[in-house]
Ligand binder design. Sequence first.
Ligand SMILES: NC(=O)c1ccc[n+]([C@@H]2O[C@H](COP(=O)([O-])OP(=O)(O)OC[C@H]3O[C@@H](n4cnc5c(N)ncnc54)[C@H](OP(=O)(O)O)[C@@H]3O)[C@@H](O)[C@H]2O)c1
Length: 287
Amino acid sequence: MKDKIILITGATSGIGFQTALALAKMGAQIIVTGRNKTSAEESVANIKSASGNSCVDFLLADLTKQAEIRALVETFKQKYSRLDVLINNAGLVEPIRRLTEDGVEAIFSVNTVAPFLLTHLLLDSLKASPSPRVVTVTGGDVVPIDLENLQAEKSFLSLNTYSQAKVCMMALMVEFAQREKNVAVNVCFPGGASTNMTTSIQPEMAPTILKLIWPLFKWMTRPDNGKSAAKASRSSVYLASSEDVEGMSGKYFNTNCKIVEFPTFVMDTTTRGKVWEAVVHVSNFVG
Ligand SMILES: NC(=O)c1ccc[n+]([C@@H]2O[C@H](COP(=O)([O-])OP(=O)(O)OC[C@H]3O[C@@H](n4cnc5c(N)ncnc54)[C@H](OP(=O)(O)O)[C@@H]3O)[C@@H](O)[C@H]2O)c1
């Protein structure tokens, strides 16, 4: 991985941090993104010292703010002539429905719109790589896509809104894979891990099924100093680095790095087209 340039979102903690660390240990040039300068600097310093790789940098953007995403991409293009791997890892759950400054629901904004916008805006940089890859991290449950409730306009339950946002993201990535034949675009499921995200989940954010096993969920997501997050980074690291997946695109990999079927809603071309249109619309995408 020595000559590879890898941009990874949400690498200031959890699975993203562990993914960045593992790829830095392989010798890749890593650019982590974060929304907070202090924690981004801390992550860079920790990755450098734990990997012995000094080619680690950071770029800042709050991924709920489209202007900041666009500015991040511009800065990236000024500094780097190509991008070999984009890892859309950042994810967000919040307890209450909130609209961003762009007027987009925040969970949908980070889990669906941001990966779409970053992938689109970085396509030129990716195409300058001899073997470009986009890896996007999914999560949550397999839920149907309700096109009338993409931004929880009708109903909001944090983890359901999150799950639907991830399914929508998967639909977008399948669409990218079909449109961009020269860029490998894949999705992976990391598996459960104790991270800031999972420890922030409260019963009122969860569907009934999770409430029923609440003590077990809390036990499974108890703090473990990044051990489970490191394990959960395996599928991202595999998709970013392995020769085994060279040339593969439009696939969904589970936590054990095995190809599995996408949810049926993702493979429905009509639904996919409508999600694509909706996200193009909210991201004010031109070009
Ligand atoms: N943990 C699990 O059990 C699990 C299971 C399935 C899927 N996943 C997925 O794995 C990925 C990583 O999550 P994690 O569990 O490692 O959680 P985490 O430790 O909370 O990491 C999430 C990362 O996303 C960043 N982020 C969130 N909102 C952002 C925003 N508005 N702008 C910029 N960055 C933002 C966070 O930055 P800050 O440090 O600034 O908050 C953090 O770096 C997510 O896509 C998640 O959906 C996790």
